[in-house]
Design a protein around this ligand. Structure first.
Ligand SMILES: C[S@@+](CC[C@H](N)C(=O)[O-])C[C@H]1O[C@@H](n2cnc3c(N)ncnc32)[C@H](O)[C@@H]1O
Length: 299
């Protein structure tokens, strides 16, 4: 429980970590039990969204992959996947990651390679898709920039996921700008290539609900049978990559369902953000709008 409490305190802090957060075997097990289900759920949401837009990588390189949350999510989301490499500095995390995939029936996940590597001197593990999830907060600003530059050299599509907090969003905004400055094309969640239109004080983030097992509830000291993981993300493809499907407006909040209408806050393909209302008169679009949720594209 002490290792879990230390992890909780760490994830509530906004400062860059001065030492590896996952160092001992106990901390790694606490991470896998306490955080990995939620980071995995966020990644399923993000990679599932990209798969629906036509992304179909054959190889994935996950930097700072820890116990392998992104490896599991990629195996679930991408049918044509052939190889997964997880890179991390912490041998214990990689060891547990290997144990977790050892008995799975998915041959690609079971064959995932977990390799020890330090950000700043990563091996040349080239992948169609490079993922960096919940890592940037452990790095200083200059290290974050050079990691993103390194990731752009390793793959043709880069996905970065951070906690859905104002400071997580600020890190995502910096990555977003770096990608645009390098001529990369944003493929999610933004439906445009312009500056983020959200007003100061607001932050772009999404949420995914995950079931908590009895064990998970005990570890977290919570009563609820579920938890909502909030996350911010950005994905982009290199200038030489084939285009994915064009994006429609992205729903930024829980929709408000009223009698005969649904009201949304959205980010639009023209680079603006604001309110959209779909009324019953829209027929099938209204029926689709009733089912649409925060994070989806506007029907
Ligand atoms: C919060 S964990 C996230 C793990 C995983 N990506 C996930 O989403 O569950 C951050 C990971 O980044 C790794 N990391 C941090 N700094 C690193 C560095 N300089 N080199 C390699 N890995 C690093 C840590 O070891 C840790 O496994």
């Amino acid at each position: 429980m002490a290792a879990t409490a230390a992890l909780v305190a760490r994830y509530r802090s906004v400062a860059a970590a001065s030492a590896p957060i996952l160092a001992s075997a106990t901390q790694v097990v606490a991470y896998a039990a306490y955080r990995m289900p939620a980071t995995h759920a966020a990644l399923v949401s993000v990679l599932g969204d990209l798969a629906a837009a036509g992304l179909s990588p054959r190889s994935v390189v996950d930097i700072g992959g820890g116990t392998g949350a992104a490896a599991w999510a990629a195996a679930e989301c991408f049918d044509g996947l052939e190889s997964i490499v997880v890179l991390d500095q912490v041998a214990e995390a990689l060891r547990l990651g290997r144990v977790l995939v050892a008995d799975v029936t998915d041959p690609v996940l079971a064959a995932a390679r977990f390799e020890q590597a330090e950000i700043g001197s990563l091996p040349d593990r080239v992948g169609d898709l490079v993922t960096i999830s919940y890592v940037l907060s452990e790095l200083g600003a200059a290290q974050q920039r050079s990691l993103v530059a390194e990731a752009m050299r390793l793959g043709d599509c880069l996905v970065v996921v951070e906690p859905g907090t104002p400071d997580g969003y600020q890190r995502i905004l910096a990555v977003r700008q770096q990608l645009l400055d390098a001529g990369w094309r944003l493929v999610g969640p933004c439906p445009h290539q312009a500056d983020c239109p959200l007003k100061q004080g607001d932050w772009c983030h999404f949420a995914t609900r995950l079931e908590r097992s009895a064990e998970h509830r005990r570890i977290k000291g919570g009563e609820l049978s579920y938890e909502d993981e909030k996350f911010s993300w950005v994905a982009a493809t290199s200038p030489s990559s084939p285009a994915l499907q064009a994006r429609s407006a992205r729903i930024l909040r829980h929709p408000l369902k009223r009698k005969g209408m649904v009201e949304f806050q959205v980010c639009r393909p023209d680079g603006t953000a604001g309110r959209e209302v779909v009324s019953r008169r829209a027929g099938s679009r209204y029926r689709a709008a009733r089912d649409a949720d925060w994070g989806d594209e506007l029907p």
